[in-house]
Design a protein around this ligand. Structure first.
Ligand SMILES: C[S@@+](CC[C@H](N)C(=O)[O-])C[C@H]1O[C@@H](n2cnc3c(N)ncnc32)[C@H](O)[C@@H]1O
Length: 291
């Protein structure tokens, strides 16, 4: 690691990443996570990984890449890398128009169908759940729609992410006001418990959600996910290239029940990517069903 001495003070300068190091590192990240990082974001990777190099006392990115690939600690370092490179931006009730489609149209339809089939079971997968705001929002909506009859249902919200750090925060279930910036006040009053350290999600919502570390681009991981009635994967595939998006959509196709629904983020379309799903335009958003 290059050093800069000012009097008695020695500062460690973060090394510059060469273009070849950038290419090798981003190829590794792409291969393992599906995340495609364009060269214009090189400075971001340098910012995020510079401190990590210091912590590991490594003097170049070439050494860091070797460490990632060959060190006995490569698996835990990969987890650390995922924490550093993923974008975890989220909030409760994100994209309220789309959630209204879920609450008023899709959920009542599936509930009615399952009741008719005498199978009061609902499985929802929140893929790329970040710090938990999305799956807990879905849990709140289930309570709002089913009300007291929820006790007669077997509900599982399977919430997964590739970053261990976000899952620790998700399982804890305590949030600040910023996470609740798009949540109606009456919902905050009903489903959160104000504590000195923030707003704690109500246990009756928390118990519906099961958090797991999982890479959605890896079929070995996704095969562990139960077959779902609904999959939410919002603001995740935006970071993937077309080939990885296609792989992920194939995995979702396999994991979705025949009459199930897929919700993607507002700006994410699979129109060009896959013919496995057809889109249905609802007032407030697009939902995908199996072709
Ligand atoms: C921007 S957040 C979206 C959170 C939430 N779905 C929402 O819309 O508010 C994207 C999340 O996807 C996760 N992610 C990225 N690549 C992933 C992968 N290959 N497998 C699982 N999760 C991944 C990131 O760690 C991050 O927490």
């Amino acid at each position: 690691m290059p050093e800069l001495s000012i009097g008695k003070l020695t500062l460690r300068k973060t090394p510059k990443m060469s273009i070849n190091e950038f290419k090798e590192l981003t190829a590794f990240i792409h291969d393992k996570t599906g995340i495609a990082i364009p060269v214009r974001r090189k400075y971001l990777i340098e910012n995020k990984l510079g401190n990590r190099l210091k912590e590991l006392h490594l003097s170049s990115y070439a050494d860091y890449i070797k460490y990632l690939k060959f060190s006995p600690k490569k698996e835990s370092e990969f987890k650390k890398l995922c924490e550093l490179i993923t974008v975890n931006e989220t909030s409760f009730f994100r994209d309220i128009k789309q959630l209204t489609v879920f609450k008023n149209i899709i959920l009542p339809e599936i509930i009615k169908k399952r009741e008719k089939q005498g199978n009061k079971e609902l499985k929802i997968w929140s893929a790329g759940c970040s710090t938990g705001e999305e799956p807990y929002t879905l849990g709140i909506i289930l309570h709002e729609v089913l009300k007291v009859s929820i006790i007669g249902w077997r509900i599982q919200i399977y919430a997964t992410d590739i970053s261990p750090a976000v899952l620790i925060r998700a399982r804890r279930g305590i949030y600040n006001q910023y996470s609740l910036r798009t949540t109606p006040d009456h919902i905050i009053e009903k489903y959160f418990i104000k504590q000195p350290d923030g707003y704690k999600i109500h246990p009756k919502v928390q118990k519906l959600v099961n958090f797991q570390l999982l890479n959605i681009t890896d079929p070995k991981h996704t095969k562990k996910v139960p077959n779902s009635d609904i999959i939410f994967c919002r603001n995740v595939i935006i970071y993937f290239d077309d080939e990885v998006k296609r792989r992920v959509i194939n995995n979702f196709y396999d994991k979705l029940k025949d009459d199930g629904y897929l919700f993607l983020g507002y700006s994410e379309s699979i129109h060009r990517i896959s013919k496995l799903f057809k889109s249905q335009i609802k007032p407030g958003g697009i939902v995908y069903i199996k072709n």
